[in-house]
Design a protein. Structure first.
Length: 248
């Protein structure tokens, strides 16, 4: 098929689109499809950006066992409040992400909590690779963000451990079809890039991102540590104060 003119180019593009295999993410079977607000399969080297409401549950899935999700959260409408990886590690006294771990902003508020995890291979220490940073910048532009808004990230599905001498050891991925669930405590802009890890050049495979409305889960206890409870209290006070201000 000739593409020497616009008609030929159009017909070629349409034929390519018709032949393309459309593969979406695997949706959770126990969630009403009407509650799903976002679903995307992110290819290797790809990215996604989405604004999520308070009370959204987010599932990041590694369908083939080789994804690497570099995640950044910024408060929707107030992007100067964003994920602070240092506080996310320091406040809970834990560098390794797992169930009950808060993702904290630089204001001591909980942007999201890890509430399920079948992978256990994550990283809070190394930040995004150059390829991941490029993807995050592209994702951010689509939300009106600038390169300066792209700060340190956490990475899911590629583990890193600290040895007794301080050396960082990559532990790789866990297995195919593992997943991490986050519960969003404040409205956020979520940016994610599926790119290689700074310490692990293994090319990533596809990454699934699915989000659905689950506000009832905010009433559940997802952690018992005093530091976590104080951060949640701080978050709830701020949210309710802003809500009352908006109604006034």
């Amino acid at each position: 098929m000739s593409t020497a003119n616009t008609t030929g180019a159009r017909d070629h593009a349409r034929s390519q689109a018709a032949a393309a295999e459309r593969v979406g993410p695997e949706l959770p079977v126990d969630v009403d499809i009407a509650k799903i607000t976002f679903a995307q399969r992110i290819p290797a080297g790809g990215y996604a950006n989405v604004v999520l409401a308070r009370g959204t549950r987010v599932r990041l899935s590694d369908p083939f066992g080789a994804a690497c999700a570099h995640l950044l959260l910024l408060r929707a409408g107030s992007p100067w409040e964003r994920l602070n990886v240092a506080d996310t590690v320091k406040v809970p006294w834990q560098a390794y992400l797992g169930v009950g771990h808060p993702l904290l902003s630089d204001q001591g508020r909980v942007l999201a909590t890890v509430i399920a995890d079948s992978s256990g291979r994550h990283d809070t220490l190394c930040g995004p690779s150059p390829a991941a940073r490029r993807g995050l910048r592209l994702a951010g532009v689509k939300q009106g963000l600038e390169p300066r808004d792209i700060g340190p990230t956490v990475s899911f599905f590629r583990g890193v451990r600290v040895e007794s001498d301080g050396a960082l050891t990559i532990t790789g991925g866990a297995a195919a079809r593992t997943a991490v669930d986050l519960l969003v405590h404040l409205p956020v802009t979520l940016l994610v890039a599926n790119a290689e890890h700074p310490l692990d050049p293994t090319p990533p495979a596809e990454l699934d991102l699915v989000a659905w409305s689950a506000p009832e889960e905010l009433a559940l206890a997802h952690g018992t540590d005093p530091e976590y409870l104080r951060a949640v209290e701080n978050t709830e006070q701020d949210w309710h104060a802003r809500t009352l201000e908006a109604r006034a």
